[in-house]
Design a protein around this ligand. Structure first.
Ligand code: AMP
Length: 482
């Protein structure tokens, strides 16, 4: 089993569907940089283009011209565990009894290997190693059980197909010429939609992607909701009648989503500012300047500065143009992987007592190298403040994390981590501080990466061998996930 971090975007009812989807994917690039794809439907035929690489490299005018139609779904993907072949790139497109069927999935199912084994025992053939393909089989099965094209209703088919599926899924389907958006009943991953100024509708993982295409934000797709957007516009129904517990991924606020997105009705930037303020209250530091580890902790550093009254400064600069591979120097250069991405601003740091705010510590290796860089630039004291609690447990719901053993906080105390990273002091935000900074109710969040309370038992039993996190300094074969 492997984990995907992904972004999804779809359009219905606009002749420029492919181009709008391309733009939407551009805004979701931070959610996955490994492959990108778009599938469209022109009323008769489905068209597909997928390739490894960034959105800017995967699509060109010529490629977009070959994707006609007024319905489109798109996907950006970042996967782990070496399963990154093109065949796994999404959207997946298949042909079944009901015509073309395409899916773009963000999330991770917890029981897909048993579902898959069951399907294979019944004769199903799989072309990919994604759990998304499992869902396509389940849909085809449900479709034929419901009498096929003439009698089957999409909502009923999807409700039946997804009844036994557990885990995280925000999915866009292209089925029966409609765009269909579905969010799992616990609502792990975000999904929202809006009305396009130029006509039709757009659905996106994050609202920042609605802004770029000129779509007015309508609302979130609710956990357990099925939204069918056909020629008559959106029609909403529920996967299963009952409202169950919710498990929205709190890490979307901490690190993963873009700060200009609105999630659960509030700005991600606003939440990160609040995390920074709470951190300053809980773990104050005597210092001259506050700096961030750009870009994901910028807002939290601003919040820390605001609360503490310590001036905010730019102490680290991030190179945004690194790309996927780089040539190493012949002689080994210390901390090269971090060096290629960050550089210290010497004049700002020299002789200063510095508070560094980061959004999270995963393995601790990036922090360790960054702190060394700050000291070499002349920082007199370095106080690291982390705008989330220690990450002790791997994620099974769509965020890429390393095995439990590789998570530094799973086996080391805060003082041991401080020593490993080489800081004068280290402070983490508490669970309470985290939960007080996000929109209530607090019991609607998945916080398993911090406390191990997995919403599904199976995930816990799946053990710690899952996941092959490669952090942001991961080198030539590593991936950027910001
Ligand atoms: P490290 O502690 O060296 O493993 O890396 C910590 C850094 O990785 C932090 O600055 C985070 O911004 C970033 N980070 C947190 N979660 C992830 C993730 N799932 N993928 C990539 N980078 C991440």
């Amino acid at each position: 089993m492997f984990h995907d971090e992904c972004g999804i975007f779809g359009v219905s009812g606009n002749v420029d569907a492919a181009r709008l989807t391309y733009l939407g994917l551009y805004s979701l690039q931070h959610r996955g940089q490994e492959s990108a794809g778009i599938v469209t439907w022109d009323g008769e035929t489905a068209f597909q283009h997928r390739a490894m690489g960034l959105v800017s490299g995967v699509f060109s005018e010529e490629v977009l011209d070959r994707l006609p139609g007024s319905v489109a779904i798109g996907h950006v993907r970042y996967s782990t565990t070496g399963q990154s072949q093109l065949v796994n790139a999404q959207p997946l497109l298949v042909r079944f009894q009901g015509g073309p069927l395409a899916a773009a999935h963000n999330g991770n199912l917890v029981d897909s290997s048993s579902l898959r084994a069951g399907l294979e025992a019944g004769g199903s053939i799989f072309r990919t190693t994604t759990d998304t393909e499992t869902i396509l089989h389940l849909i085809a099965d449900a479709y034929s059980r419901r009498g096929g094209r003439t009698t089957a209703d999409i909502t009923d088919v999807l409700t039946e197909a997804l009844a036994g599926v557990r885990g995280a899924y925000s999915i866009l389907f292209m089925i029966d010429g409609c765009l269909v958006a579905v969010r799992d009943p616990r609502g792990y991953r975000p999904l929202c939609f809006g009305r396009l100024e130029s006509g039709g509708w757009a659905v996106a993982s994050e609202s920042c992607a609605l802004d770029i295409v000129g779509a007015a934000y309508e609302r979130e797709i609710e956990p357990g909701e099925i939204l069918v957007i056909g020629p008559e516009g959106p029609k909403s129904s529920r996967l299963n009648g009952e409202e169950g517990p919710k498990s929205f991924c709190i890490f979307e606020y901490i690190y993963f989503s873009r700060p200009d997105s609105i999630i659960r009705g509030v700005s991600v930037d606003g939440v990160r500012m609040a995390l920074g303020r709470a951190l300053a209250r809980e773990c104050p530091a005597d210092a001259d300047i506050v700096i961030s580890v750009p870009d994901s902790s910028n807002s939290a550093a601003m919040g820390f500065s605001e609360q503490s009254g310590i001036p905010h400064a730019i102490g680290l600069i991030r190179n945004h143009y690194i790309g996927r591979t780089f040539i190493h120097p012949r002689q080994s250069l210390r901390d090269f992987r971090v060096r290629i991405k960050y550089n210290a601003v010497r004049d700002t740091l020299a002789g200063q007592r510095v508070v560094v705010v980061d959004d999270s510590i995963v393995r601790g290796t990036t922090s360790r190298q960054l702190m060394g860089m700050l000291r070499r630039a002349g920082a007199k004291e370095v106080h690291l403040r982390v705008a989330s609690p220690p990450i002790r447990f791997p994620c099974f719901y769509g965020i890429d994390t390393p095995t439990r053993e590789e998570l530094i906080a799973s086996s080391s105390s805060v003082s041991e981590i401080a020593e490993f990273i080489g800081v004068d002091s280290l402070g983490y935000l508490s669970h309470e501080g985290l939960l007080a900074s996000v929109p209530p109710p607090i019991e609607t969040y998945c916080v398993a990466c911090f406390d191990g309370s997995y919403p599904h038992e199976e995930a816990h039993l799946a053990g710690s061998e899952v996941g092959t996190f490669q952090n942001k300094d991961a080198g030539p074969t590593g991936r950027e996930t910001r």
